[in-house]
Ligand binder design. Structure first.
Ligand code: CUK
Ligand code: CUA
Length: 635
């Protein structure tokens, strides 16, 4: 009997550890398959841009099929295409710390116009070495990476204002200014938080740090822009009001309430325009891709404009929010702000009209670090009671409903934003983090689906040893009740994503680069322009590729110790005709060169002999013939 009870308990604990919700029998309706089936040759209705977490990359999925369409290299080297290996792409991964070829990508935002996704660019964050990247959705290429100074753990990033005026980024780890060291136990006095406002050029999309706000030492976790009535405001969740700097899991979880920081960025912008910004030394890299030169440049900058805490009393206000808030999400109307306290047993919803009134009436509840704290009760719209355990993130549909992820109780809970009434709940498999409704954080949600991005995979797929794929799930939300349709694996750890109607993007997609527009300094626009030049020990090979030969294909006169640069131009002018370029023993990577593009592989031969090179992408019936030889002679 005892044995039985013990066994029962043990298995119960095991089940809890696996975060398996009760009754997690996989009840999938028989019509689920047809709802995600996209017939061969047909397109998906939505693009999904899904963070690749610690892979440092961004992935593109089709929904509802859950088919992986592409992995887009951003912060990590990618030997598949030569990104981060070719001479042209190396500068993209430059930072003030030198070459940093990886990062931890959490959040994704599609550019917006009037609070709606416009499908021009995607912005993503590098959480580790603070960076923000911009990808162009004509080419699906990373075209800009901007490092953020005086920041550490670029987590609360990159969230956009309604017209993509700014990409906003808050530091997760408060630190002193870059390069300054203090005893860590002086945290309370010497550490601080930083919020960056990165201006975005309306036409070209180019980013520049417009200004930074120096704010109290808090852990800035997530943020979202106001919209409609809350236009001009930004909301940041913060934790660690305790200002702990050791054993955070205990010491940063003591207070009943932490804060959401409301920032009047319009006011900050006015102050900057009025010349109130202070110049502060800073060292950060700004890397840009030139789509005609097919090359990146990296520039190190050395100054930012800041507004200091004494200037921000009428810019930043603190809203008390129960227990270590994670997500802070603004509903499509712009009136309601949902705070998700990781350790809270309820979900507070704040009303912007009340926040505004409280500020006007100076209805404050004391100060925190010299900033006014608003009264919880006076800005609260209401609380969703007993919603679930471990709320993290909330998205919205087009019918006034919210969908909140609950990490601990492994579920999505649907509730009505106005009435705060809980309408439905479904289990997730397992321990959901972020979730995404198409357009679900904009003024214009498209509804239809919610995708759960989960932290734990366990038994969802065939086992692959200790390391399992990451996992996500697609639910139908078109009816009153949510319905599980599909499991699909993801790359890296999926955090946030954006899901956008394919119709907004697909017809703008570039098919190939026009060879006559190629301004690469080492382009050969035809076979008659191929050549080999030498300056000292530097050899430049101007090479072309076209089905099914490389020109030149016999290279002599190379000596041990030379630095050989293969500038390889793909002469094809047709969609989907890349060529590859690979050299035996090269310690870089292969190249994958798109039609009309030039890319460069650097090779330093170490020994004499004959070295073959070839096209590594099966491009025609005579692909195997697409090869050549280099003769390497003694130095
Ligand atoms: S975080 Cu991943 S579950 Cu880095 Cu946006 Cu919330
Ligand atoms: Cu070109 Cu194979």
């Amino acid at each position: 009997m005892l044995k039985h009870t013990t066994l029962y308990l043990l298995s119960a604990i095991f089940l809890m550890a696996a975060c398996k919700p009760k009754g997690a029998g996989d009840a999938v309706n028989s019509d689920a398959a047809s709802k995600v089936y996209v017939a061969p040759g047909q397109y998906d209705e939505f693009y999904g841009f899904v963070s690749g977490g610690f892979s440092g990359q961004l992935s593109v999925y089709g929904f509802p099929s859950g088919r992986l369409l592409k992995v887009l290299p951003v912060f990590s080297q990618n030997p598949e295409t030569g990104y981060g290996y070719s001479e042209e792409t190396l500068p993209m991964l430059n930072t003030s710390h030198g070459f940093v070829p990886y990062d931890d990508l959490h959040h994704v935002q599609v550019s917006q116009t009037n609070g709606e996704m416009d499908g021009r660019w995607v912005f993503v964050n590098g959480n580790n070495t603070p960076r923000v990247a911009r990808l162009d959705l004509k080419t699906f290429k990373t075209v800009e990476i901007l490092e953020l100074p005086h920041s550490a753990g670029n987590h609360s990033s990159p969230f956009l204002t309604e017209n993509t005026e700014y990409v906003v980024a808050g530091t997760r780890f408060s630190v002193p200014d870059d390069g300054v060291e203090y005893p860590i136990h002086t945290y309370k006095d010497n550490f601080k938080g930083t919020i960056s406002f990165i201006g975005v050029d309306k036409e070209k999309g180019d980013m520049n740090i417009a200004f930074q706000l120096e704010v109290p030492a808090l852990n800035f976790d997530l943020s979202h822009s106001g919209k409609g009535p809350s236009s001009g405001w930004f909301f940041f969740s913060t934790y660690n009001t305790e200002k702990a700097y050791t054993l955070l899991e205990v010491n940063a979880s003591q207070r009943d309430k932490d804060f959401i920081m409301a920032v009047n960025w319009k006011k900050a912008e006015e102050m900057i325009k009025a010349g109130k910004g202070k110049k502060k030394p800073a060292k950060y890299a700004h890397n840009k891709w030139d789509e005609h030169k097919h090359s990146a440049t990296s520039e190190i900058k050395n100054e930012v404009l800041v507004l200091t805490p004494d200037q921000l009393k009428e810019v930043c206000y603190f809203i008390p929010c129960p227990k270590s808030p994670h997500g802070t999400d603004v509903d499509p109307s712009g009136e309601f702000i949902v705070g998700s306290g990781k350790l809270a047993a309820l979900l507070p919803v704040f009303a912007f009209s009340k926040i505004k009134k409280a500020i006007e009436n100076k209805d404050f509840d004391g100060e925190y670090d010299g900033f006014n704290v608003l009264k919880y009760e006076s800005v609260l719209h209401g609380e969703v009671e007993k919603p679930g355990l471990g709320p993290l993130h909330t998205e919205f549909d087009d019918k006034g409903n919210a969908y909140t992820s609950f990490f601990v109780s492994s579920e999505i809970v649907k509730w009505n934003v106005k009435s705060l009434e809980i309408l439905d709940r479904v289990p997730t498999y397992y321990s959901i983090g972020h979730l995404t409704v198409p357009g679900g954080d904009t003024k214009k949600p498209y509804g239809k689906y919610v995708v759960a991005y989960n932290k734990i995979t366990k038994d969802r797929y065939l086992p692959t040893g200790p390391e399992l794929t990451q996992s996500a799930q697609l639910y139908d939300i078109s009816g009153d009740k949510m319905q599980l349709l599909l499991d699909f694996p993801t790359i890296g750890e999926p955090h946030y994503s954006q899901i956008i109607p394919a119709s907004i993007i697909k017809d703008n997609s570039l098919k190939f680069y026009k060879i006559e527009e190629n301004q690469h300094p080492y382009v050969a626009k035809g076979e008659d322009q191929t050549k080999i030049t030498r300056e000292g020990n530097k050899v430049h090979v101007y090479m072309t590729l076209i089905r099914s030969h490389l020109t030149p294909d016999n290279i002599e006169g190379i000596r041990v110790g030379d630095e050989v640069y293969f500038h390889v131009t793909n002469l094809e002018q047709d969609w989907d005709l890349p060529h590859g370029f690979a050299i035996k023993g090269a310690n870089t990577a292969e190249l994958l060169i798109m039609p009309g593009e030039t890319q460069t592989l650097k090779w330093t031969p170490k020994q004499t002999g004959i070295t073959p090179f070839y096209c590594s992408d099966f491009c025609s019936a005579l692909h195997q013939e697409m090869s050549g030889y280099i003769r390497v002679s003694p130095a």
